[in-house]
Design a protein around this ligand. Structure first.
Ligand code: GDG
Length: 726
């Protein structure tokens, strides 16, 4: 059977009137290009509200039969809260850096989750083993993780058509963490530009504490690849249209209508991101300075959009006011400068306008990509026009030959209008030729193919390969000898190994899952269990004394047998006279690094920076470590740069020394040890009579361990599995 490719977007690409017509936008064209090798299905909202069950059944059957489309039906209230509310009144403004427009309502969030679940159910009903799902846009940010939770076998791609705002803005959203986690369910996330990708990385680092590489985000259950895929247009369709009779008719009609005039064109949905009022201000500035005004018309095609959102209604009024003002001031018997058309034009008409226009003004305040700029270029086949393009449109990255402007700078834009209108034929040709070539060549199909190829390649590598070391992924078979031996011991680190690293160390208190695991572990006669941690002995007593575990605190400084009441210091001779000197240096760094603090233990001093800005904290920590190495070379201390900590402790003490001590004392034949950071490497380096099964938990660094697990969750599952085999 052919593998399925299921496209999921907010709206199905159909127009439903008396009959149902398939739309022919770039997305449809791009996706159909993928359909040769796949059974292509499309899931999306049918739009509007259809409550009659019989009507719904009829429409479902027709859409399935004619197009292989699967409609989602929403109630009026769900549509309002999920679409008008959460998607277009919270997310849209925020993703476009316009936080002052963003509104938040608790019930919108409830409905957004509900509708994302409705979409998930529809997809899960269809998806067969290992099918590919491609989810589109901000309406469905939660869908990737909903799908992954139920069906980790699916290959899930997600593409964001809007910008991704910077962390400083995205952090305002009340449900920011859930939204990010939703997206991270995908195997591949695509953005239009590298800037958006960069913002996304910085946001997940700061809000979720997730470190990422330039193109990858390792997580415990899977890895998400991130990439840049600038969307293109359906250029074939535009070029074909330029040959059609209907187009030619319209072209001639408009040409006649605007005889003797130069046309400056703007086309967009009426949206506050598109910078329409600001553009009108620049036009006013231009007209106020122009010598010749009567031969220029500015045509605005502003398609009505999201009319139920109050901000869009206000915007329309603002634009109408400005258009009225300009026309009132500059209209003559010969000419009315601004032609504001608050309607959509049909496709032939649009192509005729694109092709006739001498200049296109694409001046959004922010725009994910902007296809109008590309469509205008593709339609400039008869002659060579000029493009004025906002530096804040994603398209500006690809079209540097345009007149790139800052749309907020009215003088600059007015000047660009003047220059564009004055440009010689030769210069226009030179400017536009490479851009035309690019938009025709890198079209929507190219975009979809490149995203899709990466998705297929990523999903094939399902499990994280071990990074930077030869350690193999562990299995029950691989540790067979350990399970078959009588006299064994487990040395288990706690934070980052058994429990996830938490923002505040006190939050890592054993939860029910860990308590149950510990209860099962202590019920075993063999092995002897040692919890070995960098924490203070008081902390360890408080959390772990109820279990039949031996406790080792401060990386091996002191020890308490599970039967004993007292802690024993291993090396009473250890020189700790250097501590005050270290505290002085740490205080300096604490002063300059907001969020950091110092913890003094008996045998070491720790500088914690997990509450600092992650990038700034890392930078300061690296600086501190370099300084410490230089200053402390004569002292008997060891510097450890662990998970969000810098620790200076006695050189005479480490986890490996303690492990070796107990192995010898109790003649263990086999030992399992597990840990997540550099302080655990001393255990992994143990060499002696016992057979060592060492496990590095986490994929973040090179290790001496024999085996590797991706994170604490996997390690707990593995321990549990081991207990089943004991
Ligand atoms: C989002 C992102 C990103 C417009 N007026 C008429 C008409 N249109 C068509 C254009 C173009 C489309 O609408 C608008 O696309 P844009 O890309 O310019 O903008 P958004 O709608 O905001 O799209 C954007 C895009 O997703 C894709 O990822 O580029 O940044 O915001 O295709 O031709 N079509 C017709 N008559 C009109 O009057 N026939």
């Amino acid at each position: 059977m052919m593998e399925s490719l299921i496209i999921v977007s907010n709206r199905l690409p159909v127009t439903i009137g008396k009959t149902i017509e398939k739309s022919s936008g770039g997305l449809v064209y791009a996706m159909e290009g993928l359909g040769d090798n796949y059974d292509l299905k499309w899931v999306g909202w049918a739009g509007g509200v259809l409550s009659d069950p019989a009507e719904r059944t009829k429409m479902t059957a027709e859409l399935a039969e004619r197009f292989n489309y699967i409609p989602i039906f929403l109630s009026k209230q769900d549509a309002e809260e999920y679409y008008t509310g959460f998607s277009n009144s919270s997310l849209w403004p925020l993703l476009h850096y316009m936080s002052t427009y963003a509104r938040y309502e608790e019930r919108w969030w409830q409905t957004y989750q509900k509708v994302n679940r409705i979409f998930a159910e529809a997809v899960l009903d269809l998806a067969q083993e290992a099918d590919t799902i491609w989810v589109h846009d901000y309406h469905l940010l939660l869908l990737p993780s909903y799908l992954r939770k139920k069906r980790p076998d699916l290959k899930i791609g997600f593409f964001l058509h809007t910008p991704f705002a910077s962390y400083e803005l995205f952090r305002c959203h009340p449900n920011r963490e859930e939204l990010l986690e939703g997206m991270l369910g995908a195997n591949l996330i695509g953005f239009h530009t590298f800037g958006y990708l960069r913002h996304f990385r910085s946001t997940i680092l700061r809000l979720l504490g997730l470190e990422s590489d330039i193109d990858q985000i390792p997580q415990e259950s899977h890895k998400t690849t991130i990439g840049v895929y600038p969307i293109g247009i359906n250029s074939v369709k535009f070029l074909q249209e330029l040959q059609s009779d209907e187009y030619k008719k319209r072209y001639n009609e408009y040409k006649e209508n605007y005889r003797g005039k130069k046309i400056v064109l703007g086309v967009e949905r009426l949206d506050y991101t598109k910078g329409i009022p600001r553009r009108l201000d620049a036009i006013e500035r231009y007209l106020s300075q122009a010598d010749q005004r009567d031969d220029i018309v500015f045509i605005f095609i502003n398609v009505p959009s999201r009319e139920s959102v109050p901000e869009y209604q206000q915007l329309l009024e603002e634009i109408q006011g400005k258009v009225g003002y300009i026309n009132g001031k500059y209209a003559t018997i010969q000419n009315v400068p601004v032609h504001f058309i608050h309607k959509s034009v049909d496709f032939s008409g649009l192509c005729a306008l694109y092709s006739l226009a001498d200049v296109a003004m694409v001046t959004p305040l922010v725009d994910g990509m902007n296809l109008v700029a590309k469509e205008y270029l593709a339609c400039q086949q008869e002659k060579n026009g000029a493009l004025i393009l906002s530096e804040f449109a994603g398209a500006a990255q690809e079209l540097p030959n345009a007149f790139i402007v800052n749309p907020y700078n009215i003088n600059e834009v007015a000047q660009a209008i003047d220059q564009a209108l004055q440009l010689s034929e030769e210069k226009k040709q030179k400017m536009i030729a490479p851009m035309k070539e690019r938009v025709v060549k890198y079209d929507a199909r190219y975009w979809a193919d490149s995203f899709f190829q990466d998705l297929a390649a990523e999903a094939d590598r399902k499990q994280l390969p071990s990074l930077l070391s030869d350690t193999k992924n562990i299995s029950i078979e691989a540790i067979g000898p350990l399970l078959q031996t009588e006299n064994t011991a487990f040395f288990l680190d706690y934070d980052g190994t058994i429990s996830e690293i938490k923002k505040r160390p006190e939050d890592a208190v054993p939860n029910d899952e860990i308590k149950e695991l510990f209860a099962r572990l202590e019920a075993q006669k063999n092995p002897d269990v040692y919890l070995i941690s960098g924490r203070k002995k008081e902390d360890m007593d408080q959390w772990f004394s109820r279990y039949r575990f031996n406790l080792i605190a401060e990386h091996g400084y002191c020890y308490r047998h599970h039967n004993a009441a007292e802690w024993i210091v291993f090396d009473t001779q250890a020189d700790l006279s250097w501590k005050n000197q270290i505290i002085d240096i740490f205080q300096l760094y604490t002063g300059m690094t907001p969020g950091s603090n110092i913890e003094e233990k008996t045998s070491s001093v720790v500088w914690h920076y997990r509450n600092s800005d992650p990038e700034f904290g890392n930078w300061k920590a690296n600086q501190l470590v370099a300084e410490l190495y230089e200053m402390l070379s004569n002292l008997p201390v060891e510097i450890r740069h662990g998970q969000k900590i810098v620790e200076v402790g006695s050189m005479q003490i480490n986890k490996g020394i303690v492990l070796g001590y107990f192995v010898q004392l109790n003649n263990y034949e086999a030992v399992l040890c597990a840990g997540d950071d550099e302080t655990d490497e001393s255990m992994f380096r143990y060499v002696g009579d016992a057979e060592l099964f060492s496990i590095k938990v986490g994929n973040d660094a090179d290790t001496m361990a024999r085996f590797r697990m991706p994170g604490p969750k996997a390690f707990r599952a593995f321990l549990s599995d081991m207990l089943n085999h004991m």
